[in-house]
Design a protein around this ligand. Structure first.
Ligand code: 13P
Length: 251
């Protein structure tokens, strides 16, 4: 059985006080959900330690939203995987479409970030997904396969087993427009088969592939019921504790 995961990506949202309140609320309601589901909260960098402390021994994990590809050095304003490791942060999102789009991160750079994260015992949540024009041109499968190839195919199978993949079609992020279950399942299967072609079935079948893009309490259940959808990476709805916990309950 693959690990089911629901992760909340808070992006550049919340004040410290709001982050503490949101964490406390999720913590208070998390007991409603099946304890086999791995819950991960990804707050902004400055709140990681606070949120981590608050979560204590609850079993809910924290993740960072990004890391720099270098170990340390003169990179003002950046945060390294080594720093996250020293804080015992278990997960880090790598290659979110907003980082690809606004910070011009490409597949080669993301491969370096993946390597840096793994070298520091962090589990990367590697994001892939196509923009609307690529979907409309019918080139989404090729693009997503190439994103996975560029940043993950240099790994060996053992390292690959530490990766979580999030398929997030860019046209579904923050738009209220969700992929249909057929579209989600189709792409998750494409990704899994592509992983199998490189790493073998055994490895491919162990890798959680999360769906992201306007996941809400009213669509989560059917998305998570798809055989190759192993949970979700949730943006907007993860900022509302009730919605987020209802999404977790759908997994
Ligand atoms: P929304 O859930 O707000 O569409 O964001 C998805 C996302 O980008 C999660 O990383």
């Amino acid at each position: 059985m693959r690990q089911k995961i629901v992760a909340g990506n808070w992006k550049m949202n919340t004040t410290l006080q709001e982050a503490q309140k949101l964490t406390a609320e999720v913590l208070g309601m998390a007991g409603e959900a099946n304890s086999n589901i791995k819950i991960i909260l990804c707050p902004p960098f400055p709140y990681l330690q606070t949120v981590k402390n608050q979560l204590g021994g609850s079993g809910i994990d924290v993740g960072a939203q990004n890391c720099n590809e270098h170990q340390s050095g003169a990179y003002t304003g950046e945060v390294s995987a080594q720093m996250l490791k020293s804080m015992e942060i278990p997960y880090v999102i790598i290659g979110h479409s907003e980082r690809r789009q606004y910070f011009h991160e490409d597949g080669k750079l993301l491969a370096q970030k993946v390597d840096g994260a793994l070298a520091n015992n962090l589990k990367p949540i590697f994001c892939c997904g196509e923009p609307l024009d690529i979907r409309e041109a019918g080139e989404h499968e090729e693009l997503v396969k190439s994103q996975v190839e560029e940043s993950l195919f240099h790994l060996n199978a053992e390292a690959m087993k530490k990766i979580v993949i999030a398929y997030e079609p860019v046209w579904a992020i923050g738009t209220g427009k969700t992929a249909t279950t057929a579209q989600a399942q189709e792409m998750h299967e494409v990704i899994r088969k592509h992983l199998a072609s490189k790493f073998g079935n055994d490895t491919a079948n162990q890798i959680p592939i999360l769906y992201g893009g306007s996941v809400k309490p009213d669509n989560a259940k059917e998305l998570f019921a798809c055989p190759d959808v192993d949970g979700g990476l949730v943006g907007g709805a993860s900022l509302k504790s009730r919605d987020f916990v209802d999404i977790i309950k759908s997994a």
